[in-house]
Design a protein around this ligand. Structure first.
Ligand SMILES: [Zn+2]
Length: 147
């Protein structure tokens, strides 16, 4: 006791509970992040409940020293229902990104939108910024600025 190394992992991943996503999500996360390198939260609606997401992000940062928060909403989300347009998902993702960056400025936040066909679409943080490969954005963050 007392000499344990701090528990660390790279990232927290927040996604919806929707079972239709899980096979795509498991494969993508294992490929891009590596299995066993991230904390994971599943909440109906993904980031829809901002306060719940913020609390989980703060815990993962405190307990596991994460560097990256990956927030994934998805197409045809039942928790959003008819409100779940791509614009609404984009706006919600950007809103919580701003909150996280205000409260935990050391964390990188990456936004994504999953399609039911298994595509992972990057959601740029600001309007007018071109979308990139979501996997490339995540890998760039984890690689860090120095290498
Ligand atoms: Zn959903």
């Amino acid at each position: 006791m007392g000499n344990r190394r701090p528990l660390r992992c790279d990232a927290l991943v927040v996604s919806c509970i929707d079972f239709r996503l899980q096979a795509h999500l498991d494969a993508w996360l294992s490929s891009v992040l590596g299995y066993g390198t991230y904390d994971r939260v599943a909440l109906a609606g993904g980031v829809k409940d901002r306060e719940v997401v913020l609390a989980q992000v703060a815990l993962a940062a405190r307990l596991h020293g994460i560097r990256l928060v990956l927030l994934l909403n998805h197409e045809d989300c039942g928790a959003y229902g008819a409100e779940g347009t791509p614009d609404r998902h984009r706006d919600d993702l950007r809103a919580i990104q701003h909150r996280i960056q205000a409260e935990l400025p050391d964390l990188a936040v990456v936004l994504g939108y999953m399609q039911l066909d298994g595509a992972f679409v990057h959601v740029p943080a600001t309007e007018g910024t071109p979308a990139q490969s979501l996997a490339a954005v995540v890998r760039d963050v984890l690689r860090g600025p120095e290498s």
